[in-house]
Design a protein around this ligand. Structure first.
Ligand SMILES: Cc1ncc(COP(=O)(O)O)c(C=O)c1O
Length: 275
């Protein structure tokens, strides 16, 4: 069953506000999607966080072990801001081993190679959240949706969100966008190719730690030169995200994969900067 919301932010927020309490322990990664973390803080919902490794990877066995003391799990898959994604098999192992609700946030899934959405039919505890804000470029429309078992979807749609969850314009635009999704799927492979190009070229500089990504952005540690890189790019009209310290990495920057022209401009600017 499908439920909808004014962006996936709202779906996550409503789930936290209505399905959790101050004693609901949520297992997640560190870092995880910032909004989710902030909303947990707002509602005083405790989180158990598993940090990313030096190479910005997670280990599923750590999650399976820690899930024994958790009431709920939230994972963004791919993760924002690292771009890391567990394999489908790993996630299936976790979902299978856990009794409570598990939210898999697939905001960036169109740029990845796998999804767990089809597992919703098999596992009653699985809630897969998606959005039209990323791959469809419709962030301003505020349209998110989730797939879950009928009981969860009914409670959400008929009680939590009752009576008018979305405006008609958003519903109609969303239907149109989803109907055209096969037309834009060639864009997803273009973005994956461009992502590979950015990762390879940044690695070639030998200056940064560049992490693998399954999303439409690439995270790298500029190793103390983050402010210099960030400011030099701004001067050339290139805006990337300055994230600073993430785990043991102190100077993290995140660049969104753009058009081939934008990406080349970014890579040239980096090359000039390092010369
Ligand atoms: C992992 C993740 N989930 C959800 C969202 C929210 O998307 P929406 O625009 O649908 O609220 C974002 C936006 O940055 C995100 O990174």
């Amino acid at each position: 069953m499908i439920g909808v919301g004014n962006g996936s932010d709202q779906i996550l927020d409503l789930m936290l506000a209505n399905l959790c309490s101050k004693t609901t322990k949520i297992l997640t990664s560190d870092p995880t999607f910032g909004f989710f973390e902030e909303r947990c803080k707002l509602y005083s919902i405790p989180t158990i966080k598993i940090p990313f490794s030096e190479k910005m990877q997670l280990n599923i066995d750590d999650f399976i072990k820690k899930s024994k003391i958790a009431d709920m799990i939230y994972l963004d898959s791919p993760n924002n801001p690292t771009g890391f994604q567990f394999t489908r098999n790993d996630l299936k192992k976790l979902i299978q081993s856990f009794k409570g609700p598990i939210i898999i946030d697939e905001a960036y899934v169109e740029f990845a190679d796998s999804s767990v959405v089809s597992l919703v039919k098999q596992f009653d505890n699985l809630i897969v959240v998606r959005t039209l804000s990323k791959a469809f470029g419709l962030a301003g429309l505020r349209l998110g949706y989730f797939a879950a078992n009928k009981k969860i979807a009914d409670v959400f749609s008929k009680i939590i969100q009752y009576p008018y969850p979305l405006n008609t314009l958003a519903i109609q635009c969303g239907i149109l966008a989803l109907e055209k999704s096969n037309k834009i799927s060639s864009m997803f492979s273009l973005i994956k190719n461009e992502r590979r190009k950015i990762i390879q070229n940044l690695r070639k500089t030998g200056t940064f730690d560049v992490f693998d990504s399954s999303a439409n952005f690439v995270l790298f540690d500029a190793k103390g030169a983050d402010s210099r890189v960030y400011n030099a790019l701004i001067e050339q009209g290139i805006s990337i995200r300055k994230l600073g310290k993430l785990g043991r990495h102190k100077g993290c920057l995140r660049v969104t994969v753009g058009t081939p022209e934008m990406n080349s401009k970014f890579l040239l600017a980096i090359r000039d900067l390092l010369e």
